[in-house]
Design a protein around this ligand. Sequence first.
Ligand SMILES: C[S@@+](CC[C@H](N)C(=O)[O-])C[C@H]1O[C@@H](n2cnc3c(N)ncnc32)[C@H](O)[C@@H]1O
Length: 337
Amino acid sequence: MDWYRIKTSFIGLKRLATLPKEDKQACVDAYRFFQRMQAGEATKTEDETQAVLDYYRVLNNMLAIFDVEKLYIPPQLDEAQGLYGNQLLIEQHVLQQMDLKDPENSHLLDMGCGRGRISYHFATSTGGQVSGYNIDANQIESAIDWANECDMNDQLHFKVGNHHDPLEYESDMFEACYSFGAVWPFFKKEEMDDHAKEMYRVLKPGGRYSCSEYLLTPHFDWNNEEHAALHRLFLPTLAATHSMYPADVCAALERAGFKILTSLPSKAPAWPLCDQKRDLVTIGRKFIRVLEAIRILPPWVEESLDLLQKGGDAWRDAEKAKLADLNWRIVAEKPLA
Ligand SMILES: C[S@@+](CC[C@H](N)C(=O)[O-])C[C@H]1O[C@@H](n2cnc3c(N)ncnc32)[C@H](O)[C@@H]1O
């Protein structure tokens, strides 16, 4: 595993150093776009999606250097384990909630699958099939490379896809679908129904949607200036475009025909693991400054990490005050016909 981590960090560094100049500029512009959104600028969904894509194309490589290859921070369910161990624990929980009757013959859908490592975990746990889609071809390339390397092409299927388009999968195709911080932060409230209906369509009757997603808690109050100020700071760092309440998501799922089985806050906070990564990034920044000084990396890498850390601090304050949750759990079922 350690060798795997070193190799992943190295590939992340190499990809960052060799990304085209336009991609890097687009990433910096995307962060500014998120900040303008938070300052109240009205934006179109297509432009928001483009900004998310531009941002993640670079961010996924940057975070891979710091061992955040699966692009989410899990709850700290076990203090003796680090980020990766706790990711495996929350993933097992989300998988159990799917209540698969015949795991080996199951086919799951990973929505916003990132670099495909959660799909890999589920395919190895169940022995079944997992399909995943993501807006960013760069992440999909990494997912496909990994499936090839593990010789799991018969179980893992990845392609580029957008939540805002009809899902390119047949109706009644999946035993379950899931998401980890990858669906609801990218929707305006009035757009959620279309995606919920698509999820409903591709699931088999009796199939479940299980997730661990970034959502506001019911304590968050848009009219409270302290809450709103924290939100303005942390949302661009989460690379999210919108913040929904669990009740918004559940209502959209219910309108699509789902029965809600669970809607609960995370079992443990994520901020202790955010803090651990913050310390690692602080050390990494010293190394990155050297690489920038000898012109191996451009100066914006340091600048981006600085923004990430400031947003991370605001996130910690918001989570400690229980205003927002990185791992809210929802389980919903498509009723048997
Ligand atoms: C916080 S990351 C989580 C990724 C993945 N679930 C994981 O945990 O590794 C959010 C993911 O959502 C993807 N995403 C954002 N907007 C999307 C869209 N409109 N359609 C598909 N994927 C999208 C991003 O590219 C990114 O991979």
